[in-house]
Design a binder for this molecule. Structure first.
Ligand SMILES: C[S@@+](CC[C@H](N)C(=O)[O-])C[C@H]1O[C@@H](n2cnc3c(N)ncnc32)[C@H](O)[C@@H]1O
Length: 204
């Protein structure tokens, strides 16, 4: 028996890549912080543009996502580029990486509802070794005024202060910012947008 398509499966079942084939600009900017051959976790990697790019940079990447179709497309993208990508179908509501097993966690537009977000974020941060990096970009509540993408539900939008609190005591914030940018990421993210960017390092 096949399971019903979830919200993201329905979107990713469309032809093409919803957020394009290129990595997110903030991720590209910050990825130079990673040591060569880092162990990277990409929760909510969708169709794989970010995880596959990181694998192409020489990192060992695991993409975790609740969309079977997204992960299938991510594997196809990895194969087309000749890079290795490990994928795991899981719901971040009740999933955790092995403690201190990761050099980096990359959360790009992985919008989680308030009821589960903080606990999920803290479990992901606990997967980092001391000194490991968490790189996050998501839409800010001010994005509700724009039509360039993202959830239309304030409960799923992130401020820097909310992320500071989520990771408090686990990660030292290096950057905690919100502001406007121009997105050009496939048909899903196009135009003027208000985003939150957060970068932190695991405390010892
Ligand atoms: C907006 S898409 C972003 C995809 C990718 N990070 C990118 O930037 O191209 C959000 C992704 O988060 C995943 N996601 C949302 N909630 C999730 C959950 N609770 N558990 C696992 N994945 C989830 C969706 O399946 C989807 O692939």
């Amino acid at each position: 028996m096949t399971s019903p398509l979830n919200f993201w499966d329905q979107r990713f079942a469309q032809p093409g890549y919803k957020y394009g084939l290129e990595p997110n600009a903030f991720l590209r900017e910050q990825a130079g912080r990673l040591n060569p051959a880092s162990r990277v976790l990409a929760p909510g990697d969708g169709e794989g543009r970010n995880g596959v790019w990181l694998a192409g940079q020489g990192h060992t990447v695991t993409a975790v996502d609740a969309s079977r179709i997204g992960l299938q497309k991510a594997r196809e993208l990895a194969a087309s580029r000749g890079v290795a990508l490990t994928t795991e179908l899981a719901d971040l509501t009740d999933w955790a990486p092995e403690a201190a097993s990761l050099d980096a966690v990359v959360l790009i537009y992985t919008h989680l509802p308030g009821a589960i977000r903080q606990r999920a974020h803290r479990r992901l941060a606990q997967g980092l070794r001391a000194g490991g990096w968490l790189i996050l970009e998501a839409f800010h509540p001010a994005q509700l005024a724009h039509a360039s993408g993202g959830p239309k539900d304030a409960d799923m939008l992130y401020t820097p202060e909310l992320l500071d609190a989520d990771f408090d005591g686990l990660l030292a914030p290096v950057l905690s910012w919100h502001g406007e940018t121009i997105l050009s990421e496939g048909p899903g993210h196009q135009g003027l947008a208000h985003v939150t960017r957060w970068l932190g390092q695991r405390l010892a």
